[in-house]
Design a protein around this ligand. Structure first.
Ligand code: PHE
Length: 339
C-alpha cells in the first residue's frame, strides 16, 4: 500500500478549512449552522473526521507535521463555529466577529420614567410612611355623605352648589353622586372602618369646575393627612408638616399657619411654606372638628387629632420650578423628559 503523500493531505486540509469558513459565515440561521457543523465537524461522518482517518496512511516521517496541521485546522474551524454561533445569537462573540469592541462603553438605551406627578405622589407616600402614616386609597366617585355631610358641610352650604361640583348624571336623586371635590372624603371612610389611633395619608385626584390657568385645573391631586391620637395638638400638626416639607423640598422649610375656616376642622388654618425665600400657600389644615368625630362614631371627649390637605401640583411645581401646572397634563415629552 502506497503512503498518502503529505502534500495531498495538506491540500485536503486546506480546502476543508476554506469550505468550512464559507459555509459557517454564510449560515443565516440556527438550522443552517447546525447542518454546517454536522457536515464539517460531525463526530461520526464529518469531513474533518474523514481526513483524520487519512492520517493513519501517511508516511511515519510525515506524521508529526501532518498531525500539527490537522490540529491547527480543527482549532480554526472550532473558532469559526463559535463566531458564527455568537453572530446568530447577537452575542459578544458575534460582535467580535464583526470587528466591534464589545468592551467599549456603549450607548445607554433611553428608558422612560414615571410622570413627575407620580414621582411626587410616591415620594410623599415614602416620606409620610417614615413618619408612620399609612397610605390608603378612596373612590373618586363619591356620595353626599362622604364628600359633604360627614364633613359637617350641610345641604345649604355653598360648597355643595352644582356649579361648583361635577355631579354625575345618574338617577340617584336623593343622594346624587359626584366626582369628589376633595380627598377629605378618605378621612371619613377610614374613620368609619377603623378605631383610633390612626395615621394615614391619601393621595389622589379631585375635581372642581375651575377654569384652567397657571395654578388651576378642573382635575388636580391632593395629599390628605389624618392623625388621630390621644393628646394631639396644633404643635404636632405643624411639626409633621415642617418635617414633611423639609424632606420633600430639601433644606430648612418654614411653615406658617394663617387662621381660616373649614367646616370639618376647628381651629382651621391655611398652610404656607417658605423655601428659598418665598412663601407659598400649600393647602389647609386644622384639628378634626368634634362634629366629624361624632359622625364617624368616635367619642370627641376621648379622641382628638389633626387633618391636612395639600395640593400635589403645588408642591410638585414648587420643587421642580414649574410655573404653569397645565404643563403637567400636556404630555409633551420635551417637558416630561426633564424630570
Ligand atoms: N379639604 C380641604 C380643601 O380641599 C383641605 C383640608 C384638608 C383642610 C384637611 C383641612 C383639613 O380645601
Amino acid at each position: 500500500m502506497t503512503a498518502v503523500p503529505l502534500a495531498t493531505f495538506l491540500g485536503e486540509l486546506e480546502s476543508l478549512r476554506s469550505a468550512a469558513s464559507a459555509a459557517l459565515s454564510a449560515a443565516a440561521d440556527a438550522s443552517a449552522l447546525e447542518a454546517a457543523r454536522i457536515e464539517f465537524v460531525g463526530a461520526r461522518a464529518g469531513r474533518l473526521k474523514a481526513i483524520q482517518k487519512l492520517l493513519g496512511g501517511l508516511d511515519v516521517a510525515d506524521k508529526p507535521a501532518a498531525g500539527k496541521h490537522f490540529n491547527d485546522t480543527k482549532a480554526a474551524i472550532a473558532e469559526l463555529l463559535a463566531a458564527a454561533q455568537g453572530r446568530l445569537a447577537g452575542g459578544p462573540s458575534g460582535g467580535v466577529a464583526q470587528g466591534i469592541d464589545v468592551t467599549l462603553p456603549g450607548d445607554r438605551v433611553p428608558l422612560g420614567h414615571f410622570h413627575p406627578l407620580t414621582q411626587t405622589i410616591r415620594r410623599v407616600q415614602e416620606i409620610m410612611g417614615r413618619l408612620g402614616f399609612e397610605s390608603v386609597d378612596g373612590p373618586e366617585v363619591e356620595d353626599q355623605w362622604h364628600n359633604f355631610e360627614a364633613l359637617a358641610i350641610p345641604a345649604a352650604h355653598p360648597a355643595r352648589d352644582p356649579l361648583d361640583n361635577f355631579y354625575l348624571a345618574v338617577a340617584r336623586e336623593a343622594d346624587p353622586l359626584l366626582l369628589r371635590s376633595q380627598t377629605s372624603t378618605v378621612q371619613i371612610r377610614v374613620m368609619e372602618n377603623r378605631e383610633p389611633p390612626l395615621r394615614i395619608v391619601s393621595l389622589g385626584r379631585v375635581y372642581r369646575p375651575d377654569t384652567a390657568d397657571a395654578t388651576h385645573y378642573p382635575m388636580f391631586h391632593q395629599v390628605e393627612g389624618l392623625l388621630i391620637e390621644p393628646g394631639t395638638t396644633m404643635a404636632h400638626l405643624k411639626s409633621v408638616l415642617r418635617l414633611f416639607a423639609s424632606s420633600f423640598l430639601g433644606g430648612d422649610v418654614h411653615v406658617r399657619f394663617r387662621p381660616s375656616f373649614f367646616p370639618f376642622t376647628e381651629p382651621s388654618v391655611e398652610v404656607d411654606m417658605e423655601w428659598g425665600g418665598r412663601w407659598i400657600e400649600m393647602g389647609g389644615a386644622g384639628m378634626v372638628d368634634p362634629a366629624v368625630l361624632e359622625a364617624v362614631g368616635y367619642d370627641p371627649d376621648q379622641v382628638s387629632g389633626f387633618a391636612f390637605g395639600l395640593g400635589v401640583e403645588r408642591i410638585a411645581a414648587r420643587r421642580y420650578g414649574v410655573a404653569d401646572i397645565r404643563d403637567f397634563y400636556r404630555n409633551d415629552v420635551r417637558f416630561l423628559r426633564q424630570f
